[in-house]
Every structure is written in C-alpha cells, then in structure tokens.
Design a protein around this ligand. Structure first.
Ligand code: AMP
Length: 424
C-alpha cells in the first residue's frame, strides 16, 4: 500500500535513528546554559503578528516574505514564530522578568517557521536554540554571549567554524552611514537585484549582505560601517574585541555582517562553517538595545543569539563527530513458557524501578527467536527465565559481547547488574 500523505514541503520527521542525536546536541546546549547560569524559557509557537512586524521589521525578508500568517476563528491575526527573540522580549515585558534587578539570562529551544525555498540546511520548520541576556549594555556581556556560543560549539567537538564580528552602530551613527551607502549604491542602481532596489530606501545596510553575486560584487567596495561609528559605539566594539582576546576566542572583524532584522544595533556576530555551502551561518546574534522599550517595557538593553540545529548537525557529521550512542537496553529478558511470563512481568518492573533499562519480546515463544531479538536490540545482557530457573529461584545471565554465561540467585540479580552497569 502506498502512503496517502506526506509531511509538508520543507518539513521533516525526526525518526528514532536521528532523534537520539538531537537529544544529545540539546543536552550539550542545556549543559552549557547551566554552566553559564541561563534559565529556560518556553514561549508559544504563535504570537500576534505585530510582535514580529514591529520588531523584526517590515522591510525584513522574514516579515515581508517568510512569515506563516493566519487568522483565527475570531478574526485575530497571528503568525507562527519565525524567530525567538521577539517572543522572549514580549514575555520579558509582559511578565516583568526584570523585577529581580540585574541581568535576565534566558535560553530557549524549539521549532521556528519560515516560508522560504527549501534547500540543504534551510527548512520551513526548523529548530533553533538561542539565548538572550537582557539588562545591560556592558561590552562584557557581549563577550559573554559570544563566549557561550563558542563554548557550545567547542563542547560538541566542532573545529572548522569561524567567528565573525562587527559593530553596526546605533541609530546615531547609522544616519550618516546610511546616507553614505545610498550615495555609494545609487550610481549602480540598475545593476542591483529587485530586492536591493527596494531595500536601498528602507534599509540600505541590507545591501551589504545580499547573496546575489552581482550585488555582492558591487557591495565589495562599499564604505565600512566601522568608519562611521560614534565614540560610544567605537569604544564598545573595542572593548568587546579586547574581552574576546582575553578569553582566547579567535575572531575576524567582518564589516559586511549586518544581520537581516531591524532590531539589531552595536555588536553583530556570526559563527560560520564554510564547508556548509550557501547556508553557512551556524549561529547569528547581536545586540538589540531599544527592543524592550518597543514592546512597552522600560528602556533596557539586550543581546542574544540563535542557531539552527540542522546546520549544526550537518557540521558535526562533516567533521565525523560523535552524537553519543544509539540507546540500547541493558538487559533483554528471554522468557520460556507461560509461567515464566507471569514472573517476568514483575521482574521487568523490578529491573526498571532499579534504573536498569529492560526490554523483552512477548510475541516470540522460542528461545532462538528471542535471542535473535536480544541481538537486534544490541542488549548488553540477556536474562534467561524458564521453568527450571523459576523453580530454583535463579536466573541465567549471559553477557552478549563475551558470550560468558552464569547462573545467579534471583536475590542477587539487581545488585549484580547494578555493579556491572555501574549504576550505583
Ligand atoms: P537568523 O534568525 O536568520 O539569524 O538565523 C539564525 C540561525 O538559525 C541561522 O544561523 C541558522 O543556523 C538557523 N536558520 C535560520 N533559518 C533557517 C532555516 N530556514 N532552516 C534551517 N535553519 C535556519
């Protein structure tokens, strides 16, 4: 029979052969968050459309072309979240998370949605991890947020990534810079792509990160933002660089990093893996002073980053890194005969309540078929329970790797296994 339905284009199922890898990568991310003392936040996967329109920006690709919008039964406008920062800031303001004073350090994991042409490393439903550090404009914090990203990638064992940083200044420096950009690009207007032609009025910085080769060529000699930074932004950037150096975090300054979203200012950064091809950004982040105020909160600076799990895992695969082990049972219980089955039910419960991962196959009767199943499950030990063992209150235990087999008393079984499996 053929399947009737398919997962929607640009989405995919995470099947058991892959899901344990995801759990591994997620656990390393959560561990890093613990070490850096970030707390988990979970926000809804849909928000009022305005949450994104106002913050990410009307001129951004995300809002203009990529948002999954819908109207609910009462005619309200919602969007599936295309990114995580705006919802976190919405929640920060709504829930007064700043009340405790100091910085609020949050992390999140979950699906994001963007309607874009699917390709390798780009999906319509994809999974991001991210952090937000809200409450301070101190460059020390910028360095910490970048250090978190660096620590995470390093913990996974990745080596072939690069960190690129930039300062995109504040609205004060942007005014002159935007003018300079318009002046630079205008003579070449007819050679720019349609998107860039539109962006030149709304957000000229976006012309710097257009991926169309002819636009890239023109952008090559565009004036650099770094020459237009005001005193405060320049000092801020210098200090971020200096902290990164002190932490031995290698980086390159790339004045072309602008990030596609409106809410960014000052520090912008990306972790890139150039072996990934066109979709080479592993992590993207930056400062968003002013965003909290836009959401109705007190003027509060913030900085954060987000990365996609899919690309991260592609990078890990390219570098031949381990994702931990496919989960396997500690023991496989083979039961021979009907009376064994009733004893087995209690035994399985006992094993599991003592932290021993236990599996069985109740639909196969023969010893051979059950041993085959134990092999297939890659169990460490097989326990054999038949009429004789029940009568003697014992059990046969076989270590699958060595083939070594012995009989032990039932009362010693749990201790024996816990010692061997180093559970205690
Ligand atoms: P952005 O919010 O666009 O800066 O994206 C941050 C990170 O999320 C990127 O560096 C990617 O790792 C990931 N990402 C963004 N869009 C997609 C997508 N459509 N499919 C898969 N990963 C994505």
């Amino acid at each position: 029979m053929a399947n009737k339905y398919k997962a929607p284009r640009g989405t995919y199922d995470i099947l058991p052969a892959e899901s344990y890898k995801w759990q591994y990568v997620e656990s390393i991310f959560c561990e890093t968050a613990k070490i850096f003392n970030y707390q988990k936040i979970v926000t809804p996967i849909f928000e009022q459309t305005e949450v994104f329109e106002r913050s990410v920006g009307d001129s951004s690709d995300i809002v203009q072309k990529e948002m999954y919008r819908f109207v609910d039964r009462k005619g309200r406008n919602f969007a599936l979240r295309p990114e995580g920062t705006a919802p976190v800031v919405r929640s920060y303001v709504e829930n007064n998370l700043n009340l405790s004073g100091g910085n609020t350090k949050l992390y999140y994991l979950g699906p994001m949605f963007r309607y874009d042409r699917p390709q390798k490393g780009r999906y319509r439903q994809f999974y991001q991890y991210g952090i937000e550090n809200i409450g301070s404009d101190n460059p020390f914090i910028d360095a910490e947020v970048i250090a978190f990203g660096y620590a995470f990638l390093t913990k996974l064992g990745l080596k072939n990534f690069e960190l690129e940083i930039n300062s995109i200044g504040c609205s004060n420096c942007s005014r002159d810079y935007d003018d300079a950009l318009v002046k630079y690009f205008l003579p070449n207007l007819d050679k720019l792509c349609t998107d860039c032609k539109e962006r030149i009025d709304k957000n000229p910085k976006r012309l710097l990160d257009c991926k169309v080769p002819s636009c890239r060529e023109i952008a090559k000699n565009a004036p650099s933002m770094l020459e237009y930074l005001d005193e405060e932004c320049r000092t801020h950037f210098e200090e971020v660089k200096s902290y990164l150096k002190q932490m031995n975090i290698p980086f390159k300054v790339n004045p072309k990093i602008v990030r596609g979203l409106d809410y960014y200012n000052k520090t912008a950064f990306e972790f890139l893996d150039n072996n990934l091809g066109a979709q080479n950004a592993l992590i993207g982040g930056g400062r968003y002073n002013g965003l909290v105020e836009q959401f109705g909160g007190k003027d509060t600076p913030g900085i954060g980053f987000a990365g996609g799990f899919e690309r991260l895992m592609l990078s890990m695969e390219n570098e031949g890194l381990s994702f931990g082990e496919f989960p396997r049972p500690d023991v496989f219980l083979v039961m021979i005969g009907e009376s064994a089955k009733s004893t087995a039910a209690a035994l399985l419960n006992e094993l599991r309540s003592n932290q021993i991962k236990a599996e069985y196959n109740s639909d196969k009767d023969s010893l051979k078929a059950q041993m085959k199943a134990a092999d297939k499950e890659n169990a460490r030990y097989t326990l054999l329970l038949g009429e004789d063992e029940i009568a003697a209150n014992s059990i046969v235990i076989k270590e699958m790797k060595s083939g070594e087999q012995q009989i032990i008393g039932r009362e010693n079984l749990i201790d024996f296994l816990q010692n061997r499996l180093k559970i205690k």
